[in-house]
Design a protein. Structure first.
Length: 129
């Protein structure tokens, strides 16, 4: 009876561990992020080293990605629905994922690799044209 109980108790733990290992293999941070209309999602800022971002537009509106250093936003890529890009953002840079649509939310899938211990995440309204 004890071995059957041990197997039943260990099975969920082993499944949880296998899922965690699979997630770690895909990246240090994996996120499906919704960005409201006319809003940007910001990731990064105070990280000490460059980090990799694999981004896929899983929504129905285009998303433009910028690299922000200080007050300057440098356009990296505009992702049409279904498109993806592999990006490297330098240390102390913020990745800006901008939803230009004023009517519909954007959806992006992000896989981030690297030491992003001090990276911040927040939303902000898009600048006025």
């Amino acid at each position: 009876m004890r071995s059957a109980l041990t197997r039943v108790t260990l099975l969920p733990a082993l499944l949880l561990l296998a899922g965690a290992c699979a997630t770690l293999g895909r990246g240090d941070l994996t996120s499906d992020t919704t960005i409201a209309p006319a809003t940007s999602f910001l990731f990064g800022g105070d990280q000490a080293a460059a980090f990799d971002v694999d981004v896929r537009n899983t929504g129905r509106v285009a998303v433009t990605v910028f690299a922000r250093r200080g007050t300057a936003d440098d356009s990296l890529v505009t992702l049409a629905p279904g498109a993806s890009a592999d990006l490297v953002l330098p240390a102390r840079t913020i990745g800006v994922f901008r939803n230009e649509s004023r009517a519909e939310s954007a959806l992006v899938h992000l896989e981030v690799r690297g030491n992003v211990r001090n990276a911040g995440m927040r939303y902000q309204p898009n600048p006025r044209p």
